[in-house]
Write a protein that binds this ligand. Structure first.
Ligand code: CO
Length: 152
């Protein structure tokens, strides 16, 4: 039995402290410049620069709507993880990303909690972030990313 005062570092209190909020929602697109028109034009979101993320072989465009952040993600090569997603499912919501203080500590916590991971260690994401993905089989089919963002 656990209690609210449980000092177990992997207990429920630690889990509540893990996630600081939603960092972004990522949308897979086959053509970033074509998709930009809807978001920046019709919807009026504010777009940043396109960034190539070599680790995942994708081009990322960050869009802001108030405090919320959307990332359009386009494959930059045939072996990008997004290429297969687009082939199987077409464009659409690809993953949601949780903001955490320390992505490696969060991974350690989730591993100890028995959550299946895609990434056993963090890797470089867009804009100087550190990121890691959880396995969608552990999260009801929702691909989830953890993001440690030094710009926060
Ligand atoms: Co992401």
């Amino acid at each position: 039995m656990s209690s609210p005062g449980d000092s177990n570092p992997d207990g429920p209190e630690a889990l509540r402290a893990l996630v600081r909020g939603l960092h972004h929602v990522a949308i897979a697109v086959s053509d970033l410049e074509a998709a930009r028109g809807l978001y920046e034009g019709a919807l009026g979101l504010t777009a940043g620069q396109v960034e190539f993320v070599p680790d995942q072989r994708v081009n990322v465009l960050v869009l802001r709507a108030g405090a919320q952040r959307i990332e359009l993600v386009e494959p930059a090569s045939e072996d990008s993880p997004i290429t297969g997603f687009l082939a199987r499912r077409g464009g659409g919501i690809h993953h949601l990303a949780w903001r955490v203080d320390d992505v490696d500590a969060a991974l350690e916590h989730l591993r100890a909690a028995g959550v299946r991971l895609i990434d056993e260690a963090s890797r470089p994401g867009a804009h100087g972030t550190r990121v890691a993905f959880l396995h969608p089989k552990a999260t009801g089919g929702v691909l989830m990313e953890l993001v440690e963002d030094p710009n926060d």
